[in-house]
Structures are given as C-alpha cells and as structure tokens.
Design a protein around this ligand. Structure first.
Ligand code: NOJ
Length: 536
C-alpha cells in the first residue's frame, strides 16, 4: 500500500491571485475557502498554498517576518485554522509552504541580529567581514553590507531575504518548532522553499569557475560559477532525514522539496537507499519540456532510473516562477490535453499550478513597472534575450488572477483594480465557460483526475515502456494498463494486444481488433488480457 503522499494529486494555489473575498484586489484565505468545492469537484486531493504568513510582501510572502501569524491582507489565524478544517471536511489535504532558508530583513530576529555584533541573535544569520565570491540565485553578489555591524550578511535569493544560520542550534530548534506548530494545527505537510541552499560550506570557500552563464531550473550553477560550496552540502541531505523524523511525529506527512539540481542530487534529498528523506522532490528539468514523444520518453526513463519504487517522482510543468506550460505549448489546447494525460498517467505525483487546468497563459508585462523585484534588476537588458534563453524574469506574468468567469475582473475580485492585471483573454478562458464545454481542458483534467483516482494501477503500478511504436508516439504500461499518447498532429495506427479500452482522451480514437488508431494528439489507456477489470 502506498502512503497517501505518494498517490495524491497536488494543486498549487498562489493565494494572492486565487480569489479575493473582501474586494481589496488581493486574493485571501477566505477566497480559497470559497473555492474549495471547486477543487473537490474537479478532483484534486491535496492543495499546496504559497506563503500567507506575516511579511512585508517584498517577495509576496517568501519573505516572512513572523512564521506564526497571518499577513492581514490574507486574513487572520482563525481563517488559517478554518482553511485547514474546511479542506479536511471535504476529504482533502492541505500543505503549507515553509521558507526555512531565509526570513525577511524585517523579521525581528534579523533586526536584532544586524543591530550589533554582540546581541543575543548576532549569530542567527551569516555575517562576514569580507565577502567571498558567491553569487546569489538571482545574480550579483549575495553579500550585503549592514552599517550597524560594519559587516556583510549573506542572502541566497534577494537582498531583503537574509539567510538563517542553520549551524546555530538555536536557529535549528526554532525552525523545527515552527514546523511542529502548524503540524499540530493539522496541516498535512510542507512544500519546502529552496531546501538545498539551507546549509553552506562551513569555511565559506570560494565557488569554482564555470562556463555556465544562465542558471537553469535543474542546475543553479551560473553567472560563471559552480554552486558547489553555496548549495547541496552534506548537512542539507542530513537535514532532509532529520526533517522526515520530525514530521513522522505527526503520522504520514507530505514533504516536497524545492531543489534546483541535477537528478542524482535530487535523489539524495529523498534518501540514499530507502525513502527516509523528503517524501517528494520536485524535478524541474521538465519545466523546460519540449513537446515531443522522444523528449518525454527520455525524461521518464531518466526519472524512473533515479526514482525507482519505493521512491515516487513528481510531474510538474509549471509553477509560480516559470513560464506557464500553456504558453510554452503555443497556447495549443490539443497539446495541453496530451501533456495533462501524460502527467496523470505516468508514475508520479502530478502537481498542477492554479489556472493550468483552464489553459491560463502568460501575460506579457513590462519589467519597469513590475511588482516582482527580480525584473527591476534587469531593466537594462533587452527583453528578447531572456525569452530566447527561456528564462522567466518577470514572474508577474505567470501570477495574474485566476479566471473564474466572464464578469468584471474575471470574477476574481470586486475591486476597482486588482493587484496584478487580469489576462484580457478572460472573457473566453474561464472556469464557467469551460465547465459548460464538455471538450474543454478543464473537463479533460476532471476526467483524468477521476480516472487516476479510480484506477489503482495509475497510482501504484510500475512503469515499463512499450517498444516498436510509430514515431512521436509514447507508450508505457502501468501494471495491467497500457497508455498510448500521440504527440503528433498526424494520426497513427498501431498493432497491440489488449482486451479493452478504459480511457479515451478526445473520443476520436478508434479501437479495432488488435489495433488502435490514434487521431492527431489522441491518447488511450488500454487494459491487458489478464486484467480482471478489463470487461468493463
Ligand atoms: C522559490 C519560490 O518559488 C520563489 O517564488 C521565491 O521567490 C524564492 N524561492 C525565494 O523564497
């Protein structure tokens, strides 16, 4: 029997953009509560909610100034507790987002730490008289001068997000207690922000040279250096195991690590031999997927090699930081359906970003007026370079409000102005429209979610590739089921032994005796002869 966190389906909510219940233009926790029925009916089992804790919101919640209270624009403690309860009441699970690596520079701990060299929290952050050569993840030195101490502090991400000193036992204890706090309130797990940067080299040795300029989702080396001393330290792998023990005090708890690293490294966060580290780790190479059967065959093969059972991979095609998958697909509905079918039939936990289910796409916005702090660092550079490099600099573009219906502000908010503009395609692309259209992407997601829930083979079955398929067709078995996906616009016919068809993606796939004809971008799931459920 798989633990629940290895068979679940995850829906990521960016609460600022999901649903605004009080008309201030910013999404909030009551808004999320209002939409829980939508998510339950759609069929997701777990929601992950991006941070809503007290914060100056310079990085919209990923800069926490108090882990145990709620930012007023999102609600209050009662709302957070009600959200947990209401999620559970619907038979779903809820995962919070925990930022262990850094706090806001407005956190009282940091204000105290920076005030002098002798205060009780002087050693809670990383202070040095002289910076080494390390770059931050967003480019440029990650060392920043604080006059009060006459020293530099280290920030892995942005300057207002100073890194905590995890080698200080008091820090570690406090952050562990923070994790226990929300678990004791009933949350079912954590998404762990930039987990692999928590520990740095104790001696702060310079990072070595690399030819790599641009960091990629699967390897944050870049800006001409390898991040060997600033990330992925042995202590971080050990922390994954310690954190697993901690969460174990509360039963089966999901932990999903945000780690931008090569697959061999990802695996070490899940465990060396058995899955005794984080229960899941994101795999970000696929955020830059190419829409070809050969690409996905190679991807799934590599994933299976690194995360064989009892490890469980994660399939994620977009998130709050990277280009939306629908945009990457050239806003092509048929391709989006095939991609979703792969995501829900491969062996792994699917993780879907809000709006992905209706085909929300990027909204092009200028860097100069961005609310996201990153693009403001890069206004000097011509935009096309980043597009060409496939780097999402302005994350506002993928965080626009959820499109619920065709009314003002897409039904997201009654405010005059929403915090980010609503995508102008909302009159057409919205939940209400797609609920009515049987062939919509939304209804395809719904069918896939139901199919996955009702077919244990889709959760637990091992994965073996099918050979001898026509070009641009991907095929694999999941236990007693065979999945066939046509990534091509041309139809494909193939011979195969099977006893029945249990899922059709478009309805235009043709089942013949010992053969299947897949229409362009068609997909089927077949059952095998010895499958006891095949008669249905
Ligand atoms: C990764 C998060 O996904 C991103 O949105 C955030 O800005 C950084 N971590 C810093 O916490």
């Amino acid at each position: 029997m798989l633990p629940w966190y290895h068979k679940t389906t995850i829906y990521q909510i960016y609460p600022r953009s999901f649903m605004d219940s009080n008309g201030d233009g910013i999404g909030d926790l009551q808004g999320v509560i209002q939409k829980l029925d939508y998510l339950r009916d759609l069929g997701f089992e777990t929601i992950w909610v991006s941070p809503f804790f007290a914060s100056p919101q310079q990085d919209f919640g990923y800069d926490v100034s108090d882990y145990l209270s709620i930012a007023p624009e999102f609600g209050n403690m009662d709302d957070a507790l009600q959200l947990i309860e209401e999620t559970h009441r619907r038979g779903m699970r809820i995962v919070f987002d925990l930022v262990l690596d850094h706090t806001s520079d407005q956190h009282p701990w940091f204000l105290e730490s920076r005030s002098s060299r002798g205060n009780p929290k002087a050693d809670w952050y990383l202070w040095k008289d002289k910076p080494n050569n390390w770059h931050s993840m967003t480019g440029g030195s990650g060392w920043h001068y604080a006059e009060e101490r006459g020293q530099f502090y280290w920030a892995s991400f942005l300057p207002f997000q100073p890194d905590l000193n995890w080698r200080n036992p008091e820090v570690k204890q406090t952050m562990f207690d923070t994790a226990r706090f929300w678990l004791s309130k009933g949350v079912d797990g954590y998404r762990l922000d930039i987990f692999n940067t928590i520990y740095k080299d104790a001696g702060f040795r310079d990072n070595p040279f690399s030819w790599k300029l641009v960091p990629t989702p699967d390897d944050t080396s870049g800006y001409f250096q390898k991040t060997v001393h600033s990330q992925d330290q042995p202590e971080s792998f050990e922390l994954a195991r310690e954190f697993r023990k901690l969460t174990g005090e509360f039963g089966e708890v999901l932990t999903i690590g945000e780690v931008a690293a090569r697959r061999g490294v990802l695996r070490r966060y899940a465990g060396e031999v058995v899955n005794d580290g984080l229960t899941l780790v994101f795999d970000f190479e696929m955020l830059q997927f190419k829409f070809r059967a050969e690409y996905f065959r190679a991807l799934v093969e590599k994933i299976e090699a690194h995360f064989p059972p009892p490890f469980m991979p994660v399939y994620v095609f977009c998130n709050l930081d990277k280009r939306r998958s629908f945009h990457r697909l050239g806003n092509d509905l048929q391709k989006a359906k095939i991609l979703a079918m792969l995501q829900f039939t491969a062996r792994g936990v699917p993780c879907v970003y809000y709006g992905e289910e209706i085909g929300m796409t990027n909204l092009k916005l200028p860097f100069k007026t961005a609310l996201d702090p990153i693009p403001r660092k890069y206004t000097f550079a011509p935009r096309f370079i980043f597009d060409w490099l496939d780097v999402t600099v302005n994350r506002d573009e993928v965080r626009t409000p959820m499109q619920w219906d065709g009314t003002r502000n897409a039904g997201f908010s009654s405010a005059e102005k929403t915090w980010l503009p609503v995508h102008p395609n909302y009159a057409e692309v919205n939940v209400e429209n797609e609920t009515r259209d049987e062939d919509s992407l939304l209804n395809t997601f719904k069918r896939l979610l139901k199919f996955r829930r009702e077919n244990e083979a889709m959760q637990a079955g091992s994965l073996e590739f099918l050979g001898g398929l026509p070009p641009n067709v991907l095929g694999f078995t999941r236990g007693s089921r065979a999945v066939l996906l046509n990534f091509d616009e041309r139809e494909k016919e193939l011979q195969i032994e099977f006893s029945g068809c249990v899922f059709k993606l478009t309805g235009r796939e043709e089942i013949k005796e010992k053969a299947v004809r897949l229409n362009g971008f068609g997909g089927v799931v077949l059952s095998s002869k010895d499958d006891p459920f095949s008669a249905q």
